[in-house]
Structures are given as structure tokens and as C-alpha cells.
Design a protein around this ligand. Structure first.
Ligand code: NAP
Length: 242
């Protein structure tokens, strides 16, 4: 029997991240359940374990450098490698403002979690991912990060003019490609996942899809075979336009 994969999912205590952890756990992976609140992380890991999943809570506030370093040190100490990193933690801070009405501070705070923290977590974990025989990094993006989709005035995405959120996910797509290009020629694949519009706390449970459905694309990218793609952007249905 092959050794269980070690997977870390950020923001895995609820919503799509929880379902990604669950989906990866069901493939036999040991899932490190990243959560900024230790109690919420432990509760989520307990729930996963009750389903027979190998789940371990890891306290991780992705915007806190000390917390990120401590999480990387824990993975190093207990597992010495990381096979799968899913950067899922994200925020949507604007509510109904037009783009021109979004305060710059909201933009900064959104980028702090959705972009800068992804870079910080990836950099902290990368030495461990490089030690995997088949490292996979998945950044949970959004169709709202697609310039092709949001610039179509007749498409459904133009109805969501979320300046900070959409720009952060476009930037995350660029970050995804940058890491994928750096890691070309190594076994590590880096891709962005679009969960689709799912009912979660992030959007006041307004989406038509479930969080479980939203997890499908990320789980697939996290478990890509060696001849799978890198530097791509995928929903459950296939490639998404940038
Ligand atoms: P959610 O239910 O609100 O979950 C967000 C998760 O991120 C929570 O676990 C939250 O932790 C965590 N988080 C936020 N800031 C964090 C930080 N600084 N450190 C660690 N964890 C942090 O939302 P969701 O819809 O599942 O969102 C998950 C991802 O999917 C996000 O990246 C989002 O942009 C993306 N997405 C969602 C949709 C959708 O329709 N829902 C569509 C496209 C993309 P707390 O519980 O502690 O707040």
C-alpha cells in the first residue's frame, strides 16, 4: 500500500475549504485542517474523523506571519513533507458598493488575505512541497477573477461588480501562473480552481451550488496525475477563460 498523502487546506473549518478537506480525506489523504481559530479547527477535524477521515487540526491564520511559520514548522516536524497545499482561505469584504465606492482600505484587507497571504503560505510551505514526489498546489480562485467573464456585459458575471474581491482573484490567478512557471520542470503542479457560486457564509448563502459541489474542482486539481496540467484555471466543467 502506498503512503498516505499529506494535504493542508487553509480555511478548512467551514464552507468550501471544509468540503475540500473532506474530499481529500475520502481519497485516503491525511488532511491538515487549517483554521485561524483553534476551537473551530478542532471541531471541524473531529467531525471529519467521525467520518473515518484522517484529519488533524492546524492553527493557521494566513495573514499572520508568526502563525504561518509555526504551521510550516509543525508540518516539517510531524510529516517532513507536504504533498498537497490548498490555499482556500478567502474573504469578501465589500457589500453592495459600486467599484468607485469601495474604500482603498477594504481593497488592502481583501488583498491581504486573498493574495498576499497565499504568497506567504506558499513560500513557507514550498520547501516541504518540493520534497513530495508529486506536489500539488491549488489556489481557490473564482470565476469573478476571470477578466474574460467579468468584462462580458451580457454574461452573468457583470452583475457582480466587486472591485476588491474580483481584482484579488484576478491577482491570485496571476500568482498561480507565476508559481507554476517557476516550478515547471519539477513534479510540482500549480493551478487555480473556480468553485462556482456556492451557498456559504462568504456570500450570505446566496449561491445555487453547495459547498460540496464547490470543492470538486479543487480536489481534482489537488489529486492530478503526473501528466496533468499546470498553470491552469479550472472549474468542475473544465478550463475557465482567464
Ligand atoms: P466561507 O464559508 O466564508 O469560508 C472562508 C474560510 O476562510 C473560513 O474557514 C474562514 O475562517 C477562512 N479565513 C478567512 N480569513 C482567514 C485567515 N486570515 N486565516 C485563516 N483562515 C481564514 O467562504 P467559502 O465560500 O467557503 O470560501 C472559500 C474560498 O472559496 C474563498 O477563497 C472564496 O473566495 C472562494 N470562492 C467562493 C465562492 C462561493 O460562491 N462561495 C465562489 C468562488 C470562490 P473563519 O471561519 O475563522 O472566518
Amino acid at each position: 500500500m502506498s503512503e498516505a498523502k499529506i494535504a493542508l487546506v487553509t480555511g478548512a473549518n467551514k464552507g468550501i475549504g471544509y468540503e475540500i478537506a473532506r474530499g481529500l480525506g475520502r481519497t485516503g489523504a491525511t488532511v491538515l485542517v487549517g483554521a485561524r481559530d483553534a476551537g473551530r479547527g478542532t471541531a471541524a477535524a473531529d467531525k471529519l474523523r467521525a467520518e473515518g477521515i484522517s484529519a488533524v487540526p492546524v492553527e493557521l491564520d494566513v495573514t499572520d506571519e508568526v502563525s504561518v511559520s509555526a504551521a510550516a514548522a509543525l508540518v516539517e516536524r510531524d510529516y517532513s513533507r507536504l504533498d498537497i497545499l490548498v490555499n482556500n482561505a478567502g474573504v469578501l469584504l465589500e457589500r453592495g458598493q459600486r467599484p468607485s465606492g469601495v474604500p482603498v482600505g477594504a481593497l488592502r484587507r481583501t488583498f491581504a488575505t486573498n493574495v498576499f497571504a497565499v504568497v506567504a503560505v506558499t513560500n513557507a510551505m514550498l520547501p516541504l512541497v518540493r520534497r513530495s514526489a508529486a506536489g500539488r498546489i491549488v489556489n481557490v480562485s473564482s470565476g469573478l477573477g476571470s477578466l474574460a467573464l467579468t468584462s462580458d456585459p451580457d454574461g452573468p458575471y457583470a452583475a457582480f461588480p466587486l472591485l476588491a474581491y474580483n481584482a484579488s482573484k484576478s491577482a491570485l490567478n496571476a500568482v498561480t501562473v507565476a508559481y507554476a512557471n517557476e516550478l515547471r520542470g519539477t513534479p510540482v503542479k500549480v493551478n487555480a480552481a473556480d468553485p462556482g457560486y456556492c451557498a456559504t457564509d462568504l456570500n450570505g448563502h446566496s449561491g445555487p451550488r453547495t459547498a460540496e459541489q464547490g470543492a470538486v474542482a479543487a480536489v481534482r486539481l489537488a489529486t492530478l496525475p503526473d501528466d496533468g496540467p499546470t498553470a491552469g484555471f479550472f472549474s468542475e466543467d473544465g478550463a475557465e477563460p482567464w
